[in-house]
Design a protein. Structure first.
Length: 388
């Protein structure tokens, strides 16, 4: 490889330079502190595991399996996977490593790796931060998780202009079951819903059992009152459909009570993670952002792969995306060379206050520190800080 190409990085991977790195690190620390104050315990998970451990979700979510880098372990000869999502790892902890009784709350932050970018203009190595709640199938758990997610975004500077979308995969899933449709038809309907292709949906559902209900689900996806009016009595009396519908209504009311100024929308055919989620789904959007800045949902039974199926709900976000456009100017105070007691005490005091102090080396001058912002000068018997 020519020397001119050795410094280039793979597509979808980038360095993070000081001003942005400082902003991201501050955001990470503050976010983890926020989650800790809400009762979520911090865990660290390994960057690489046996592929069987990481496949707890891939059986129901092929996208995750395709996103996972796989390598051969030189020690055991077994197949390893580089984590593409930290949720399966936290589920493993909840199931076997730290199996508490009752409700367990965890939070985490770490780099994950994707074989391909998961969206337009996104990195292949996101800095994923998230929270998971295991052991409760109550609507209250979903409401808490959404409330925590919104609170974290508010503490990160996203207080106005954000929009929350709520959905519930149980509506589509129970309607499919009620109509007795096969997997191929289910996939076609899911694709039409995700593309919001109403004319195609109308034509496709015209000859389906309960076709009017499937069309109504797409036509009135953002209006629960109108949707209820246009659904057949048969589906409205279906136990599973009714439970999902009431859960969505209750969650909408609960979140509105906690966040009265929040822009809150409904999309009952947001099926992007249909095979992964089992109940409520939620995503937060910000102005001028094409992709959600945070998203999550319910995924009951996640620990079954590890022998301990548990109800669970959670959310995650990419700190790189969340901090986009944020920069923190790095202050560097330059101190002269020397071992004078007063000078060393002044330097130690500044560093104890959390300020960055660089002491000159050898015969170096200020021009040896390209990012110097302040300097220490001795005036009237005291060391003072002056801007350069």
């Amino acid at each position: 490889m020519p020397i001119s190409e050795t410094w280039l990085l793979p597509d979808g991977v980038a360095d993070v330079l000081p001003e942005q790195a400082q902003a991201i690190e501050t955001l990470r620390r503050d976010a983890l502190d926020f989650l800790t104050y809400r009762g979520y315990q911090l865990v660290y998970t390994p960057f690489i595991e046996y592929i069987e451990s990481l496949s707890s979700l891939s059986e129901s979510n092929q996208d995750l399996d395709l996103a996972t880098f796989k390598v051969i372990d030189q020690l055991s000869g077994r197949l390893l996977g580089v984590r593409a999502d930290m949720t399966p790892q936290v589920a493993r902890i909840d199931a076997h490593v730290y199996p508490v009784n009752g409700v367990a709350r965890y939070c985490y932050a770490g780099t994950v790796l994707h074989t391909k970018p998961q969206g337009f203009n996104t990195t292949r190595a996101p800095l994923q931060l998230g929270a998971e709640l295991f052991g409760s199938d109550s609507i209250d758990a979903d409401v808490e998780m959404i409330d925590v997610m919104l609170g974290l975004l508010k503490s990160s500077g996203f207080e106005t202009g954000i929009h929350l979308d709520l959905g519930h995969v149980g509506l589509f899933r129970s309607l499919i079951k009620h109509a007795g449709l096969n997997k191929a038809t289910e996939r076609q309907l899911s694709d039409l819903y995700q593309r919001k292709a109403l004319p195609e949906l109308a034509a496709f559902t015209s000859d389906l059992a309960f076709g009017q209900d499937f069309y109504a689900l797409g036509r009135y996806a953002s209006d629960l009152a109108a949707l209820q009016q246009h659904l057949s009595a048969s589906i409205l009396e279906d136990v599973e459909f009714k439970l999902a519908f009431e859960a969505l209504k209750t969650t909408q009311a609960e979140i509105h009570a906690r966040w009265p100024n929040l822009q809150l929308g409904i999309d009952v055919v947001e099926l992007r993670s249909y095979h992964y989620h089992t109940g409520l789904t939620y995503a937060v959007y910000a102005p001028n952002r094409a992709a959600p800045i945070a998203q999550g949902g319910r995924y009951d039974g996640i620990g079954e792969h590890f022998g301990r199926a548990r109800p669970a709900t959670g959310f995650s976000c990419d700190l790189y995306a969340l901090s986009a456009g944020q920069f923190r100017k790095v202050e560097n105070i330059i101190a002269p060379k020397g071992t004078d007691k007063a000078l060393l005490e002044a330097i130690a005091k500044l560093r104890a206050q959390g300020r960055s102090v660089i002491q000159l080396l050898g015969q170096d001058g200020l021009d040896s520190i390209p990012f110097a912002t302040h300097q220490m000068n001795h005036k009237s018997g005291e060391w003072v800080i002056e801007q350069i």
